[in-house]
Design a protein around this ligand. Structure first.
Ligand code: IMP
Ligand code: ZN
Length: 348
């Protein structure tokens, strides 16, 4: 079996995927049709081509945050959001993903409030046709003021109580040059005390103090972790803190390359983290915006860092350790182990 096929068939776990950044072109076209049929106007025609931020794109990380408004214009009704969720989950499933934690930022639109927003995603997740096990992480955006952040946290706690088997976590994302982590600490602490697991986008830009504060908070997972190693804008202290904490890092190779957060695949910090024994998880971030898939990310990682199939399978296996729904860990792990046994890949 060639590497591409192998990475596709390998049962994989996606732990860092933003819903509105994950919409494929075909999903966006279906959403446009649904909106047109429901009499919902959108202005995305002119901008659809700008949604994908491919290799060699002149735009960088800060430009990327305007791109999401293109997807947001298509997901303004509960029907559209539910459909976007279902179609996106189906695409991950077709790509060999067996467990996903989708994340999204609840927002009010002219056609729904934040509660209806979360309800719509939950309905999409509960679609009985899905084979993929799907969970939801509620996102807080760094641009939010305290009152907004508190409202999202209340919502996350409310829905965690209502659907403990679906709403499993809370996370902090958005433009990393906006906002201060310390301002989000009270809300994140409250969410954690209510039983939600926490993931933090960390070190997307150089900010050693914030990286240290985030690591000290001891979230269950960190996202990206670009500027933690001294080679990439971190310091000895940030690197040592990560090494001591052994907090798993959700890596998104193509996202970092295409936003120019790293200079190329070869110089991606996967290498430093992997060699230091820090748990790493391969993810897509925004598969629509970055025109990628989870199997492609595994393949790029294997090719760039010359990993054997066994090492790749072990990455998928170890990712199971870090899923927020602890009840599911063994089920998902078994799927990966069965694949490894079937393909005579040592599983112990
Ligand atoms: P949504 O939360 O489903 O609307 O997905 C899009 C949102 O995810 C964006 O508006 C950002 O707040 C967040 N996001 C997506 N990619 C990134 C990233 O690379 N860094 C930080 N935030 C991101
Ligand atoms: Zn992200």
């Amino acid at each position: 079996m060639d590497l591409f096929q192998f990475c596709r068939e390998l049962p994989k776990v996606e732990l860092h995927a933003h819903l509105n950044g994950s919409l494929s072109k075909s999903t966006m076209l279906l959403l446009k049709r649904l909106n047109a049929d429901s009499g919902i106007k959108d202005e995305t025609n002119t901008f659809m081509d700008e949604f994908v931020m491919g290799a060699g794109d002149t735009r960088s990380l800060s430009d990327c945050f305007q791109i999401f408004s293109i997807a947001h214009a298509l997901t303004t009704t509960p029907q559209a959001l539910q459909m976007a969720t279902s179609l996106t989950l189906r695409e991950f499933q077709d790509d060999g993903c067996c467990y996903i934690e989708l994340r999204s930022t609840p927002r009010d639109t002219p056609h729904m409030n934040k509660n209806q927003y979360v309800d719509a995603i939950v309905k999409g997740i509960k679609n009985p046709e899905n084979l993929i096990i799907s969970r939801l992480i509620i996102s807080i955006n760094r641009t939010m003021v305290t009152a907004e952040c508190d409202a999202i946290t209340d919502l996350a706690i409310e829905y965690h109580k209502k659907y403990p088997d679906i709403v499993v976590g809370i996370e902090l994302s958005g433009n990393p040059i906006v906002g201060e982590f310390q301002n989000f600490l009270p809300a994140l602490t409250r969410a954690r005390d209510a039983g939600l697991k926490v993931s933090l986008h960390c070190g997307e830009v150089r900010n050693p103090k914030e990286v240290l504060d985030m690591i000290n908070f001891k979230p269950e997972r960190l996202g990206h972790g670009v500027c933690i190693h001294p080679k990439f804008g971190g310091t000895q202290e940030t690197w040592q803190a990560l090494c001591n904490s052994l907090i798993p890092v959700e890596l998104c190779l193509t996202s970092n390359v295409n936003t120019k957060s790293v200079s190329g695949y070869e110089s991606h910090h996967f290498k430093e983290l992997y060699e230091a024994g820090i748990p790493v998880i391969i993810n897509t971030d925004d598969k629509g915006v970055f025109a990628t898939s989870l199997s492609q990310e595994y393949m790029l990682c294997a090719e760039t860092f010359h990993l054997e199939k066994e090492q790749i399978a072990r990455l998928a296996l170890s990712a199971c350790q870090y899923i927020f729904d602890t009840e599911c860990r063994d089920t998902v792990k078994t799927k990966v182990l069965e694949f490894m046994n079937k393909h005579y890949i040592c599983s112990y």
